[in-house]
Design a protein around this ligand. Structure first.
Ligand code: NAD
Ligand code: LMR
Length: 327
């Protein structure tokens, strides 16, 4: 049987920390599966091209059977030409003492122009994940500049927050991470995000039982998850990289290969108005992937405690969007 045509995967910021931690796993088939060949396009700023060339040399040295080609490019138009997947990682990372909001101005112009290019030259089935911060709003900006691409194909990474929440809940319950399901991250990939365990399954118990310990929930679990990025930045002196790459791969793999029918994960998608979240805001939701499309898991009961936290994060998203679109 002949193998499928290579999927064209464009990785922006490919020489950066997250890009470097992603591309070898993509080449190894961990993102699109063991039967899908890939053609990698590494997009970088001109000054980082030498580092990207070095990464391409190492990819060569991996002798990955699925990797059909690697191109290093500083021209977005060439990099996205015919692309099936866009991993929009390249951005200015937050450095110590800098608030995520400060990144908005610096980064939204990058995502506006990449959205335009994607609209013009990417494959009809292009699927985009924005990792570069502020990821939700950058995804909204890119989508707004790509009117011919369905908005649902522009997503942002909150899977890292989801995985962090799963790990913290597993530690609390003293169970394996595999025993945790149905956790949800709502809202923005920022300190206002709301990691919701009221619907979670924790082995044979319910997440609501753990949430009943309000002191742990409010003073420990929620801030640990929501401020984990800052804690890692403080500890490492650089923002999370391998865990962010891992979550990016989880996100795209589940998008393409699907999620179990009675479970869900978290991803930031353009809101359809579900759960009262204004249409078009790129917010994190409980999601399932069915036939290669993300669907929001609807109908979950949202209690007062959760509603207040979702609303606070959505208010921040609205403010970010207003700042990005009214510059
Ligand atoms: P990094 O500085 O190590 O790498 C960024 C790379 O992007 C650099 O090599 C830079 O040259 C490149 N770049 C910048 N602008 C570009 C452009 N216009 N086109 C192509 N390449 C460009 O940063 P990193 O640690 O890899 O982080 C990347 C981004 O991901 C940051 O914005 C960071 O805040 C964000 N992040 C998001 C999450 C999340 O969960 N959503 C988690 C961690 C980090
Ligand atoms: C993270 O959650 O680790 C990052 O988004 C932190 C950051 O601001 O780069």
């Amino acid at each position: 049987m002949s193998s499928p045509a290579p999927a064209v995967v464009t990785v922006t910021g490919a020489a950066g920390s997250i890009g470097y931690a992603s591309v070898f796993r993509i080449a190894a088939g961990e993102m699109l599966g063991p039967d899908q060949p890939v053609a990698l396009r590494l997009l970088e700023l001109p000054q980082a091209i030498p580092a990207a060339v070095g990464t391409a040399m190492e990819l060569d040295d991996g002798a990955f059977g699925l990797l059909k080609s690697v191109e290093v490019l500083d021209d977005p138009r060439k990099a996205f030409d015919g692309a099936n997947f866009g991993l929009l990682i390249g951005a200015r990372p937050r450095t110590k003492g800098m608030e995520r909001a400060d990144l908005l101005a610096a980064n939204s112009s990058i995502f506006a122009s990449q959205g335009e290019v994607i609209n013009e030259v990417a494959a009809d089935d292009i699927r985009v994940i924005v990792v570069g911060n502020p990821a939700n709003t950058n995804a909204a900006v890119a989508a707004a500049h790509a009117p011919d691409v369905p908005a649902e194909r522009f997503t942002a990474l909150t899977r890292l927050d989801h995985n962090r929440a799963v790990a913290q809940l597993a530690h609390r319950a003293n169970v394996d991470v595999g025993e945790i399901s149905r956790v949800t991250i709502w809202g923005n990939h920022s300190a206002t995000q709301y990691p919701d365990i009221f619907h979670a399954r924790v082995g044979r118990r319910s997440g609501a039982e753990y949430a009943a310990d309000r002191e742990w929930l409010v003073d420990d679990f929620i801030p640990t998850v929501a401020k984990r990025g800052t804690a890692i930045l403080e500890a490492r002196g650089a923002s999370s990289a391998a865990s962010a790459a891992n979550a990016t791969i989880d996100h795209v793999r589940d998008w393409v290969l699907g999620t179990p029918t009675d479970e869900w994960t978290s991803a930031a998608l353009s809101s359809t108005g579900a759960y009262g979240i204004p249409e078009g805001l790129v917010s994190s939701f409980p999601v399932r992937s069915v036939d290669g499309r993300w669907e929001i898991v609807e109908g979950l009961e949202i209690n007062e405690f959760s509603r207040a936290r979702i609303d606070a994060s959505v208010a921040e998203l609205q403010a970010e969007r207003d700042a990005a679109f009214n510059r």
